[in-house]
Every structure is written in structure tokens, then in C-alpha cells.
Design a protein around this ligand. Structure first.
Ligand code: PEP
Ligand code: CO
Length: 470
């Protein structure tokens, strides 16, 4: 194969992707898609100077710890649960929304730990998921054309000129709300919110009797019995059961913001994006010669890459050469999102190429983004049956090709929404108008999220027993 292989100039002892010539601004020399047009570039630069001085949201130690844990997942020793909003919005930076989202993720991870019998690595799509790619720069309604809404870090969703004009001051607000979210999540966890002795802390007030609650309750009881048994046996409380680590992630889309939070730290080579632990490259910005890839190749954070039907094997391998020249475990997570109707055709050639090249990547399924459709009453939805089908097929296909699906990437919320159709409560298209709140993509609600966790367990058990259940 005649793909050109970049030869990075490595620093002694530093990971191979650390290129001494790279700078956080270097992306500016490459074609950048999906960036807003700010009317006042000086105002943008002034704001960036301010963001550059603000304290970071995460630390390099945490980032390196996450890289090690992703390497564990890649080696089959744990399972990644990554989930949260499609788009965080400033108005939802409230104690209720943040803690409800955490509750859902904790309940899901309890189901997964109990059923899979392996550690679960928890990563939220939160504390910075404020920028969105859009299919068109301009939106037209009744003959009026305005810039598309690109997430609260760029502009507002209301359809008027003032709201839709990109405003650099929003960068500072996004940083502040990300910091408040992080602060609250860290305080909850430190204060014992994730304590396995108290799973009742994770109950959502608004959930009455749920069709899945009996099954969940049985698991909680089983975990509680196991904990008490071990503690009785050892005569002391088990350590680490009162804490759960949470890492943050967001799409590294708005490059000026990412650049302003990219720093060097003492006693470490290279640069860290300190606005999040785990940035990912969206499907629309994964061009190997584009600015987003050029930016992300230079940071030491682990990187997620969304992989859709437009990515062929050769393009994927070129991308891996650029982002991960040293084939470092934990560096790359490939998040595939093909759609239930396409995964069977699209995934196997990529698995074959990655295997042929001996690439060490963590494979994760995003069963949301390839299954979005419009209803006749004008809502963007995702049928639960399609989400379920893509996820089940993903487990099957990996297993059939000697690969391993090591995690799941979901859009979900702890709020009582009706955005995806189907699931245990059989939400219909007419139900959507009852509680549709997402500004961009439809999310799984609490019951649908728990159902996905239970489904993952059932599917993995069936595969381990050699049973085909789809
Ligand atoms: C997303 O994760 O919200 C998203 C836009 O995904 P993708 O890049 O896979 O379309
Ligand atoms: Co989305």
C-alpha cells in the first residue's frame, strides 16, 4: 500500500504524536469547516486573550489517567459508557439537570458493572458540549435567511438576527458554565453521591413506576448484598465504593476556543487541551487535511473520532497515521455511527483494515447519529428499535470479525422528555410534542437509557454463550 507515512520528529521519551514544531495556532493555516463567521474579528481575538488567561477545567494528570483507562478498555478489560446531551444549553446549567444526568449515568453503570462483571469507565458529554456542526450555514424561514444555530457557545437558537449573530462573549460564558458544571459534578462525587452503599441517591423524583424498575431494583439489591457480604468477610468497609470517577468530553469543534484552552504544563512534553479530558472529532470535520485534524494531532489528550458511512478504510488509516503515529494504546477511540441499515456493510472493511495494520484502537458504537429521521409532524426523532438494532448488530459484527466492541456513546438526559420514539413505554410520534426539549438531536430518556444498558448486558451474555439473539 502506498499511503505516505508521516515521519514525526519525536522528542526523546515523549509519545510519538508529540511534534515539537506543532503549536495550538497551527490549525489556522488549514481549511476549517463548520466554524462561524464572527462579524467582529477583533472582538473575537480580545475574548480569546481573556479565555487564554482563565484557569483550566481539567488537569494533565487526569487526562493521562484517562488515557491509561482507555487503553485498558481497548485491551478488553473494561467497558466505556459515554453519554450526555447532544447539545448542552446555558439555561440547563442547573443543579437539577446536572444531577439528573449523573443519576442516569450512575444507574446505567451499575447495570453494566453488575451484568458485564467488569469495570465501567464513565465519560460524560458535558461541561463543554456547547458547539454543534450544522448541515447548512444559513437557515431560511418564510423568506428570511439567518445564520444557523451552532450551539450556545456561538449564538442563540431564537430565529432573529440578534440571537443568531455569532457573539464572542459566549466563549467566556461557555467556559464559566463548563466550570460550574465540573465543580458541581466533582463536589457531588467527592461528597458521596456516587456511593454504592446508597444507590437510592440516584433515584429520579419524577419517575413513577417504570416498566424496568423491578429489574433495576433486583440488580441494586444484588449489588448491595455483594457489597455487604464482602465487607462482612473483610471486617471493614470496601475502599473506593463511595467514589466513581467521571471524565468529561465534548466535540472539539470551535477551534478558537479549544486553542485558547490548550496549554503546556510543568514536567510534561507537548500540549494538553485543558478544557476537557476527552475531545472528539465529529464526522463532518474528520478531513485528514482539515484544520480540526491538524489541531487534534498535536494535543496529548486521548481522541475520539466519529466514523460514518463516508469514511472508507484508506481514509481511516491515513487519519490514524496522522493522529496516532506511535500506535499508542488509549490514544484513539473510534466511535462508529452508521445507522441500523448500513452498519453491516460499512463496518467490516474498517475492522479488517485496522486489524491488518495492527492498529490499537478502542471501538465504540454510537447508535444514535445514523438513525435520525423526521416525523410527519415535523420532529427530528430516532426510533428506539433502530438504535437497538444498530447496537446489537455492532456487537455481532465485532464478534464475528474477531474484534471487540468496547463501549457505547449515547445522547441521553435525566429529564422527562419524549424525543426518541419507542422503548419500554412505547412513545409514539404524537407523544413527541408532549416533552420535546432538545435544541438539536433527540435524546434517550431515563427509561430508554436504562433499557439500553440492560440490552448491552443481555447481548454480551448471549454472545459469550454463543447464542445469536438478533
Ligand atoms: C454529535 O455527536 O452530536 C454529532 C454531531 O455527531 P456526528 O459528528 O457523529 O454526526
Ligand atoms: Co447529536
Amino acid at each position: 500500500m502506498s499511503r505516505p507515512r508521516p515521519l514525526p520528529q519525536c522528542l526523546a521519551g515523549a509519545p510519538a504524536h508529540v511534534d515539537p514544531a506543532w503549536t495550538p495556532q497551527a490549525w489556522r493555516g488549514f481549511a476549517a469547516s463548520q466554524l462561524p463567521s464572527y462579524p467582529d474579528m477583533q472582538a473575537l481575538e480580545d475574548t480569546l486573550a481573556e479565555v487564554r488567561k482563565l484557569p483550566p477545567l481539567v488537569t494533565s494528570w487526569e487526562i493521562l489517567a484517562l488515557t491509561r483507562q482507555l487503553a485498558e478498555a481497548q485491551q478488553g478489560r473494561s467497558f466505556l459508557l459515554q453519554g450526555g446531551d447532544c447539545a448542552e444549553v446555558f439555561a440547563d446549567c442547573t443543579s437539577e439537570v446536572i444531577s439528573n444526568r449523573l443519576k442516569v449515568l450512575l444507574q446505567m453503570s451499575l447495570v453494566l458493572v453488575h451484568g458485564l462483571r467488569e469495570p465501567v469507565l464513565r465519560v460524560g458529554r458535558f461541561a463543554g458540549q456547547y458547539a454543534k456542526p450544522r448541515s447548512a450555514d444559513i437557515e431560511t424561514r418564510d423568506g428570511v435567511s439567518l445564520p444557523s444555530y451552532r450551539g450556545d457557545i456561538v449564538n442563540g437558537p431564537d430565529f432573529d438576527l440578534a440571537s443568531r449573530t455569532p457573539d464572542p462573549r459566549r466563549l467566556v460564558k461557555a467556559h464559566a458554565r463548563s466550570a460550574m458544571t465540573m465543580n458541581f459534578v466533582r463536589a457531588l462525587i467527592d461528597g458521596g453521591f456516587a456511593d454504592l452503599h446508597h444507590p437510592e441517591y440516584w433515584n429520579l423524583d419524577w419517575v413513577g413506576h417504570s416498566p424496568l424498575s423491578d429489574e433495576y431494583r433486583r440488580m441494586v439489591d444484588a449489588v448491595g448484598d455483594a457489597v455487604r457480604f464482602m465487607e462482612t468477610l473483610s471486617g471493614e468497609p470496601l475502599h473506593n465504593l463511595n467514589r466513581a470517577e467521571f471524565y468529561t468530553s465534548h466535540e472539539a469543534l470551535l477551534l478558537p476556543y479549544e486553542e485558547a484552552q490548550t496549554r503546556q504544563v510543568p514536567r510534561q512534553d507537548g500540549w494538553f487541551n485543558l478544557s476537557t479530558h476527552f475531545p472528539w472529532i465529529g464526522m463532518r470535520t474528520a478531513d485528514v487535511d482539515g484544520a480540526h485534524v491538524q489541531y487534534l494531532r498535536g494535543v496529548r489528550n486521548p481522541i475520539g473520532v466519529k466514523v460514518g458511512v463516508t469514511m472508507n478504510a484508506d481514509a481511516l488509516l491515513r487519519l490514524l497515521d496522522v493522529l496516532d503515529p506511535g500506535n499508542e494504546p488509549g490514544r484513539i477511540t473510534l466511535i462508529h455511527r452508521f445507522g441500523a441499515a448500513h452498519i453491516e456493510r460499512a463496518l467490516p472493511p474498517l475492522l479488517a483494515a485496522v486489524r491488518r495494520e495492527g492498529r490499537r484502537v478502542l471501538w465504540v458504537s454510537d447508535p444514535m447519529h445514523g438513525n435520525t429521521e423526521a416525523t410527519s409532524n415535523g420532529y427530528k426523532t430516532r426510533p428506539f428499535a433502530a438504535i437497538r438494532s444498530e447496537l446489537e448488530q455492532a456487537f455481532e459484527i465485532h464478534a464475528a470479525h474477531g474484534s471487540r466492541l468496547g463501549g457505547v456513546h449515547l445522547e441521553l438526559t435525566g429529564e422527562n422528555v419524549t424525543e426518541c420514539t419507542g422503548g419500554a413505554r412505547a412513545i409514539t410520534e404524537t407523544d413527541l410534542e408532549r416533552a420535546y426539549r432538545s435544541t438539536v438531536d433527540p435524546r434517550l430518556n431515563y427509561e430508554q437509557s436504562l433499557e439500553i444498558a440492560m440490552l448491552i448486558v443481555r447481548k454480551r451474555k448471549a454472545l459469550a454463550n454463543g447464542v445469536r439473539v438478533i
